[in-house]
Design a binder for this molecule. Structure first.
Ligand SMILES: [Zn+2]
Length: 221
């Protein structure tokens, strides 16, 4: 009987020790994970300007890479307050270099007039464009209606990096007055914010606008 008590006491003590050790190990792992996360975040943030944010890395690493995966900055979604000078934002960085150069020149001159350009949308991945199209179809009720506003991934000049959407109103008003000098032209009458590069506009002015994208031969493919 005595031996039994001693045994169970010993066993309990051993169990408690193991539990304490486990808690210590778990605590240590949490600390290590926190340090690794902090270091990882810092090295991501301080490394190359084209590195995606940790959230985007997690998103693109997700195994469910299907058509409805969350769209992030790596797809061209731009955060509030993005300007044409934000090299680290893929939606800006992946624009055609000539378009981006013209935008930066124009934005610099506009700033002298007290006008600031913000980018609502620039380059977009095909996945992002397809999501916008699906949203437009559900908003407008039909593919025909949606086509007046949103192109497919195959035809959108945003996907090829040849178009940018600018806000706010005073920026697009400035561009409609001065943009041609930089080769920057509004293309669609129903999209005062959508600009593309037309280098011939520097000498000849911008070409006539299409009423909306459905009149654009590029959209007939
Ligand atoms: Zn646009």
């Amino acid at each position: 009987m005595n031996g039994g008590v001693t045994y169970s006491k010993r066993a309990r003590t051993t169990t408690r020790r193991i539990r304490i050790r486990r808690i210590r190990v778990a605590g240590l792992l949490v600390v290590i994970a926190a340090i690794a996360a902090a270091l990882g975040y810092e090295s991501l943030a301080s490394s190359s300007s084209t590195t995606a944010s940790p959230i985007d890395v997690l998103r693109s690493a997700s195994p469910s890479r299907n058509s409805s995966r969350p769209i992030g900055e790596a797809d061209g979604a731009v955060p509030d307050g993005t300007t044409v000078f934000d090299d680290e934002i893929p939606g800006v960085a992946n624009l055609d270099p000539a378009l981006l150069g013209a935008l930066r020149q124009a934005a610099t001159d506009a700033a002298d007039d007290g006008v600031e350009f913000y980018v609502t949308s620039g380059w977009r991945s095909p996945e992002y464009q397809n999501q916008l199209l699906r949203e437009a179809v559900s908003t407008y009720g039909s593919e025909e209606e949606a086509a007046q506003w949103v192109a497919t991934a195959d035809t959108s000049p945003h996907v090829s990096g040849d178009a940018v959407d600018i806000r706010p109103f005073d920026a697009t008003a400035w561009l409609s007055e001065h943009g041609a000098k930089y080769g920057l032209c509004q293309i669609y009458r129903n999209e005062s914010w959508h600009y593309e590069l037309r280098p011939e506009a520097i000498d000849h002015g911008c070409p006539p606008m299409y009423a909306d994208p459905t009149h654009d031969p590029r959209m007939q493919q």
